[in-house]
Unconditional design. Structure first.
Length: 364
C-alpha cells in the first residue's frame, strides 16, 4: 500500500496535526507500506526533498500557503501515479490533491478539521470582505466530490452532513495526543487563569480580553497568563497590542514562543485553563489540558463538549459576561466533574490504517 499525503505543513513544522500525520506515515512505513508527503516549503532553508524515517518528503516553494497545492500540482500528479490513495486535509492543500485525483483516477480522502459555515461572518480580527471570501471558499471546497471524508469529531461529522455530504462517505476519527505530560498539582496564590494556543480568529481571544478587563477591575488579586503562538502574524499583532498596550492591567502576562518545558511549567503553575473558542473541530489544547488534570473553563462550542473531561465549567452562553460568571465559579471552586476521556495517537493511526484497507478492498 502506498499513500500520498498532501498537506500544508510537515516536519520540521511542529503542530498537533503534523505530529499525528507523521506518526501515521512512519507507522505505515514500519508496517511495510510506502508513504510520501508533498508539502509547502514555507522556509527557504528547508531541502526540496528528503527522507525522514522512511517517509519521502517533497517541499514545494510557493509565495503563499493558499497557492501551494496548485503550484505543486505537477509533482502531486507525478507522485500520485505510484500511490493507491491520496490523502489531504482542509483547506489550502486540498485543491491540488482533488485535481490530481480526478486526473489520475485515484481515490482522494480529505480530513476535515472544522467547518465554520456561517460562523465565518462572526469571526473577530478579520475584515468583512475576508469573512465573505473565506466563507465562500469553504462552501465551494465542500461541493467538490472527494471520495471519502475524515471528520475529527462527531460535531464535525454532523456539520459535514448538514452541508450535504453523504453519511456513508464520512468516517469519524478523533485526533490523538501523547499522554506524556506531567499532572497538575494545585499551586499557591494568587489565583491564576491561563490561555494557551494560537492567535486564531476562532479562538475567542476577543471575549477573553473583554472578560479579563472586567475581572481585573473587580478583583485585583487574580492573574492572567496569555500564552499565544504567532502562527497567524496579523491577528497575533492585534492581540498582543490589546493585551500589552491596550485594555489590560499589569496583572496580565503575555508570553509567546516558549520552549516546550517552559510552556508546560506555565500551564501547571496556573489554577485554571480557559478555552473560550467560538468553534472547535477537535480541540487539541483542551484535550492536552485535560490530560494534565488541570481545571478548565470551556466555551462549550463545537466539539468541546465531546472531548473535555475532569473538572470543568462550561459557559452558559457565548459572551464576555458568561465567561466572567464562569471565572467566578472557578475561583469559588464550583466545577463539574466529567469522567476521563482518552484520545490516543495509537487509536488515530489504527483507525486510519483500517480506513485505507477498507477503501482499497471496496475498490477491487
Amino acid at each position: 500500500m502506498h499513500i500520498l499525503f498532501v498537506t500544508d505543513f510537515y516536519k520540521p513544522h511542529v503542530g498537533g496535526v503534523e505530529k499525528l500525520f507523521s506518526s501515521l506515515a512512519e507507522t505505515l512505513v514500519t508496517d511495510g507500506n510506502e508513504a510520501t508527503f508533498i508539502t509547502w516549503k514555507y522556509n527557504k532553508q528547508l531541502p526540496a526533498k528528503e527522507t525522514i524515517k522512511g517517509v519521502t518528503i517533497y517541499r514545494i516553494a510557493a509565495p503563499a500557503r493558499l497557492l501551494f497545492s496548485l503550484i505543486a500540482l505537477p509533482q502531486i500528479i507525478r507522485q500520485g501515479r505510484h500511490a493507491q490513495i491520496i490523502h489531504t486535509s482542509t483547506y489550502s492543500a486540498a485543491i491540488g490533491a482533488w485535481l490530481a485525483g480526478k486526473l489520475l483516477g485515484k481515490k482522494v480522502i480529505i480530513t476535515v478539521h472544522e467547518v465554520w459555515a456561517s460562523l465565518w461572518l462572526k469571526m473577530p480580527f478579520l475584515s468583512k470582505p475576508s469573512r465573505w471570501v473565506f466563507k465562500g471558499f469553504e462552501k465551494w471546497l465542500l461541493k467538490l466530490s472527494f471520495d471519502h471524508y475524515v471528520a475529527v469529531s462527531d460535531f464535525t461529522r454532523k456539520t459535514l452532513e448538514n452541508n450535504g455530504i453523504a453519511k456513508q462517505k464520512i468516517t469519524r476519527i478523533y485526533n490523538g495526543i501523547l499522554y506524556d505530560l506531567p499532572l497538575w498539582k494545585k499551586p499557591g496564590q494568587p489565583f491564576t487563569f491561563c490561555f494557551f494556543g494560537r492567535a486564531g480568529a476562532s479562538k475567542g481571544l476577543d471575549i477573553l480580553i473583554d472578560a479579563t478587563k472586567e475581572m481585573q477591575q473587580k478583583n485585583t488579586h487574580i492573574k492572567f497568563k496569555f500564552i499565544v503562538s504567532p502562527q497567524i502574524p496579523r491577528i497575533f499583532k492585534k492581540i498582543k497590542h490589546e493585551i500589552c498596550n491596550g485594555k489590560l492591567s499589569t496583572s496580565s502576562i503575555f508570553l509567546s514562543q516558549l520552549p516546550h518545558e517552559q510552556l508546560i511549567n506555565e500551564i501547571l503553575t496556573s489554577h485554571c485553563v480557559i478555552i473560550p473558542s467560538l468553534c472547535e473541530g477537535f480541540g487539541f489544547t483542551a484535550v492536552e489540558a485535560c490530560s494534565m488534570k488541570i481545571p478548565l473553563i470551556s466555551s462549550g462550542q463545537g466539539s468541546l463538549p465531546e472531548v473535555v473531561s475532569g473538572n470543568i465549567i462550561t459557559m452558559d452562553e457565548y459572551s464576555p459576561q458568561s465567561l466572567i460568571d464562569a471565572m467566578q465559579k472557578a475561583i469559588d471552586g464550583n466545577f463539574e466533574h466529567i469522567e476521563d476521556k482518552k484520545f490516543t495517537v495509537e487509536t488515530f493511526v489504527e483507525n486510519h490504517k483500517q480506513l485505507y484497507y477498507n477503501i482499497l478492498q471496496n475498490n477491487k
